[in-house]
Design a protein around this ligand. Structure first.
Ligand SMILES: *Cc1c(COP(=O)(O)O)cnc(C)c1O
Length: 238
């Protein structure tokens, strides 16, 4: 059972890596510039354990409670494994205090109030010895400003990035986006690429552009993505 699943994940991982590498080469980029975040939401900790065996170390969850539980289960299943957990979904501010105990990063920050809540929570966690490093934050961009999917409108992103960068217990990693359904992904990714360049000009450490999922990773890589977030193509249909 576990062996079958391991083989299945190994094959899917190789296929995803090949897609990323092909897209990078087609864009004249080095495939090593594009990281892979395995989005493990709804999948069990056993799958995450197998992915760590296959060399992955970055995992994405979209719900605080599910992520906290899975992080604890993984630590029990693979005590020696390195795992950096990213929250990629919409987040209520009252979850910040719990999240900073297990998450390495929040990739979906889209409001000043959420920045302030995460800064306060990270400060408390560091003071209490519950974490040692600042919380990494990506500002999520919404290209069509549809409030349903999360993300801040393009014109609010530079200000949010400044706010994160000046928070003492957060580290600005860069920007993240989910391409809207009603716009060609190329158009959305081009907009976010330009915006990410502006954020990086103001904050040279903000080098991450998290863009591309199972269905549109090629387009995202052609527009400078440094991190694709892949669920379905790696783990199967939810
Ligand atoms: C679920 C999810 C993904 C992965 O999507 P797939 O289409 O399954 O690859 C990526 N990013 C975010 C924000 C998600 O919620």
């Amino acid at each position: 059972m576990t062996d079958d699943r391991r083989a299945e994940l190994e094959e899917a991982l190789a296929a995803v890596r090949e897609r990323v590498a092909d897209a990078a080469r087609a864009a004249g980029r080095d495939p090593a510039e594009v990281g892979l975040l395995a989005v493990t939401k709804t999948w069990p900790a056993e799958d995450v354990a197998l992915l760590t065996d296959l060399g992955l170390a970055a995992f994405g969850e979209n719900k605080e409670q599910e992520g906290a539980a899975k992080a604890a289960e993984l630590a029990a299943l693979r005590p020696g494994a390195t795992a950096r957990w990213h929250v990629v979904g919409r987040l209520q501010r009252n979850k910040a205090r719990s999240l900073v105990r297990w998450a390495h990063a929040v990739d979906s920050v889209d409001s000043a109030r959420l920045v302030d809540a995460l800064e306060a929570a990270a400060a408390k966690a560091i003071d209490a010895g519950e974490r040692s490093d600042p919380l990494e934050v990506l500002v999520q961009v919404s290209v069509d400003a549809d409030p349903g999917r999360g993300g801040a409108p393009v014109d609010e992103v530079p200000g949010l990035a400044d706010r994160v960068a000046s928070a003492g217990h957060l580290r600005l990693g860069g920007v993240m986006t989910v391409a809207p359904q009603d716009v060609a992904p190329e158009e959305a990714f081009a907009t976010v690429w330009e915006l990410a360049g502006r954020v990086r000009a103001a904050h040279p450490g903000a080098t991450t552009l998290s863009a591309g999922m199972s269905g549109d990773l090629e387009a995202a890589v052609s527009y400078g993505s440094t991190c694709v977030r892949v669920g379905t193509a790696l783990l199967g249909r939810r």
